[in-house]
Every structure is written in C-alpha cells, then in structure tokens.
Design a binder for this molecule. Structure first.
Ligand code: ARG
Length: 458
C-alpha cells in the first residue's frame, strides 16, 4: 500500500503533512474506542455466521480486538495521526497483531456506517449516565423538599414578592423540570437505538450480511431502514444536544436562584464552604462559584446545538467529511452536562435554608394581599371591588411601614366594613399556604402528596 494508508492504493504522492493533521479526527474520536471495538466484534461475529469469515478467522479477530481494547484501557495504545481516525488506528493495529486475517475485518462495511454506529453506541451509554445523574439529583431534591415541605418563603413573580409558598413546593418545581428532561433523554435514546451497520459506504453491500444479527448483538432494537439515511443521519446528535440545552437551561435557572438566595440581600440559604470559593483580595467573600459556572456553561451547550444544526443544514446525501465535525460539539455537550448534573446532585442535598430569613421576607412583602381579596370575595364582594379595597389597604400599610397582618381591625375596616377579626387567620402566612390545598398547590399537605407521587414515579 502506498504511504501506509489503508486507502493509499490510488494515490501517487504522500498526503501533505498539514492536511494530514487537518483532516485527522483521532485526537478527539479515540474516546470512542470501546464502541468501535464492540461494533467490530459484532461485525466479525456476523461475517462468520454469514459464511464470509471462517470460525478461526473470526476468533483471531475477536481475540486481537480484545487485546487492543486492553491496550487502550491501559493507556498503552499509540494513536497515530497518519492513520486519521479511531477506526483506521484500531484496524491497522489489528493487522499488526494478527497478520493478514486482520485485513478481512473491513469486509462488507465502510467507515461511514462504522462511525455512524460508534457514535450511536457512545451516545447511548452517555445518555444512560446522564439519566442516572438526573435521578440522583431528583432524589436529592425530594429529600430536601420533604424536610422543607412546611418552610415558608416568599414566592415571586417579576422577582417581586407575590404570595407565600413553601420551600418544598419551590424545589418540587425543579423536580418537574428534571422529570421532563429525563423523558426527553429517554425519548432520544429510543429513536437513536437503530443499527446503521450494513449501510456500508452509502448503498449497502454485495455480501450476504445479516443486519438483524449485528443489530441484536449490539443491543439495537433493529437495523436502520435506508442505507443513504443511515450513514448521513445525525438527528440523534442534534436531539441529544437539544435535550442537553434544556437541561442546562434548567440548571442555569436553578443557579440564578441559588446565586440570588446566597447574596446578603436575600440571605435565604447557605451553601457549604466546599461548594464555594473565596476572593484573593476581599477577605469577607464567599462566592457561589459552582452555580455561577453552571449558569455560564449553559451558553456553550446551546452553542453546540446551533453548531450541529448549521453543520447539517447544507449537506447533500449521503456521507460527507463535514460529518466529522459532529464529534467535538457532541462530546463537549455530554461532558459538560454530565459534570453540571454531578455538581448539582452533590450540592443540592447540602443546601441549608435559613428558615427565619425566608419567613421574615415573606412577612414583609404584602404577600397575603391576594388572600385578603379572596376573603372579601367569599363574603360577597365582587373580585374587582375586593382588589380595589386591598390595594388601598396595602397603600395604607406602605405609608405606615406595616404589613397587612400588622394593621388593626379598625384600620382595616376603613376600607371595607366586611372585614372582621377572622381576617387575621387569612392574613397569616401559614393560613395563606394552607389554603392552597389542591393538586399542584403550595399547601404543605399537597407538597407532601406531590413528593409521595414523585417517589412512586422513580
Ligand atoms: N473520521 C470520520 C468521521 O468522523 C470517519 C468516517 C470517514 N469516512 C470517510 N469516507 N472519510 O466522520
């Protein structure tokens, strides 16, 4: 073979040294070696069943591949840019180790269906890791939510105090977002779990291959339908990055809340020192670095989603070298989301709510104004009139520097004679949260019921 390239036969001069580096992917696709070897073992097994390899050849190939896997696991494999990618590095090493039989492995396949298979296998394993990290985080959330099912804090709209909620209820909102994220990943996994092997370069192969067998050996549900689509489809990578972008968007929103809540202006929670860092100049500082960094990293994951969409949008069928560009955004997405989920799963159970501060803040912001309006409606006043009465009461409270619950009955009755001393129960924070007693409401009994349903779901 000219210039030691597996494809060197028709070439008359060596590849330009820069072009060799420019076109190589081995620097980043070597991480798929386990998937590549697994795919090759399945392919060799199928080739023997189909009568294309002898049993002895199949066995020598499989033994050789297992030995190469051990070299890779041990970090002893020497990757060569001259051999371009993970596929040709491993195939070439196989021939070094077992001789001519190694050259038969590539019968009936192409790197195009090989790489499409490898990425699917790789992403499938990573999805399983992400799903279990999401579960770990969700369980952490449920544990804290259970402890804090009755802890009162202000609920916000427009970041202004709106109505009292419980901290457990707030955390259960996070749980719901993650539940959808888990569903999206599982959905993506289902759609990617088809085997492209057999599509070969683009049109299929002339050998009597058994695609159903390779698919089954690799844990795929079945072979893909169309050979052209098989080698060129990267929808699953885009779907994964879309699901990942939403996960990161959620983590970024949680982060924003943690950052706000640890500030001395809110002072709602404490994060343990092991999740924070200090300032090199201001000795008093403790920074919520982990949430800040997660919030920051959400940007690059969404960037990767857009990269992949742009990568695919102009490509004609079937395989194009452009597709090699799918790996770095995809891998960085998987690494980033995995680390961020890990950080959150470790950190969330360690969040320490400052209950007194939360309670005080809820007591300060006229959070029970809606409850007073509802009280008047129940006494027969139309809601719009009740809204007006309460608005005036709040304005009076602001002028006096007191919350609604701190106004006397005489003061309150200037705005409506319908107000009686049973109003104070309604104006209390406990009365307010307990009154929202229906599925999805913030009443502590409902939060506990939601947690029980969530536990049953997991
Ligand atoms: N390194 C290539 C990739 O990542 C493998 C497939 C190359 N196929 C080819 N005909 N050049 O996409």
């Amino acid at each position: 073979m000219s210039q030691d390239k597996p494809w060197g036969g028709r070439f008359s001069e060596p590849t330009d040294a820069f072009v060799e580096r420019f076109t190589a992917s081995v620097g980043f696709d070597q991480r798929m070696y386990t998937a590549d070897i697994r795919g090759s073992i399945a392919h060799a097994t199928m080739l023997e069943k189909a009568g294309i390899l002898s049993a002895d050849e199949r066995q020598r190939i499989i033994d050789g591949l297992n030995a190469i896997k051990a070299e890779c696991d041990a970090g002893a494999f020497v990757w060569s840019v001259k051999l371009e990618d993970v596929h040709m590095n491993i195939e070439s090493r196989l021939t070094d180790r077992i001789g001519l039989t190694g050259k038969k492995l590539h019968t009936g396949r192409s790197r195009n269906d090989q790489v499409a298979t490898d990425i699917r296998l790789y992403v499938r394993d990573e999805i399983d890791v992400l799903c279990s990290e999401i579960r770990r985080l969700q369980i952490g959330i449920l544990d804290v939510a259970e402890r804090e099912a009755g802890t009162i804090m202000p609920g916000f709209t427009h970041l202004q105090t709106a109505q009292p909620v419980t901290f457990g209820h707030h955390l259960m909102a996070w749980f719901e977002m993650l539940q959808r994220d888990h569903g999206r990943l599982s959905d993506c996994r289902k759609r990617l779990n088809l085997c492209p092997l057999g599509a070969a370069a683009l049109a299929g192969t002339t050998y009597p291959i058994d695609r159903a067998l390779t698919a089954a050996l690799l844990g795929f549900d079945k072979p893909t339908e169309n050979s052209l689509d098989s080698v060129s489809d990267r929808d699953f990578a885009i779907e994964l990055c879309a699901a990942a972008s939403l996960i990161m968007t959620h983590l970024s929103r949680f982060s924003e809340e943690l950052v706000l809540w640890t500030s001395s202006q809110f002072d709602f929670i404490d994060l343990p020192d092991r999740f924070c860092t200090g300032s090199s100049i201001m000795p008093q500082k403790k920074h919520p670095d982990v949430p800040e960094l997660v919030r920051g990293k959400s940007g690059r994951v969404t960037g990767h989603l857009v990269s992949l969409l742009m990568l695919m949008k102009g490509q004609p069928l079937a395989y194009n070298k452009d597709n090699q560009e799918d790996k770095e955004p995809l891998f960085d997405t998987l690494d980033t989301v995995r680390d961020c989920l890990k950080a959150y799963a470790d950190m969330v159970p360690a969040i320490k709510p400052k209950k007194a501060k939360m309670y005080e803040a809820a007591a300060r912001g006229y959070a029970t104004a809606t409850d007073l309006a509802d009280y008047l409606v129940k006494k027969g006043l139309p809601f719009r009139d009740a809204h007006e009465v309460v608005g005036k009461s709040v304005a009076f409270g602001i002028k006096e520097g007191r919350d609604l619950s701190q106004l006397t009955l005489i003061e309150l009755r200037q705005f409506s004679p319908m107000i009686n001393d049973d109003v104070y129960q309604v104006l209390s924070l406990e009365g307010s949260v307990n009154a929202r007693n229906h599925i999805g409401g913030t009443a502590p009994t409902q939060v506990r019921a939601a947690i029980a349903r969530a536990r049953a779901l997991l």
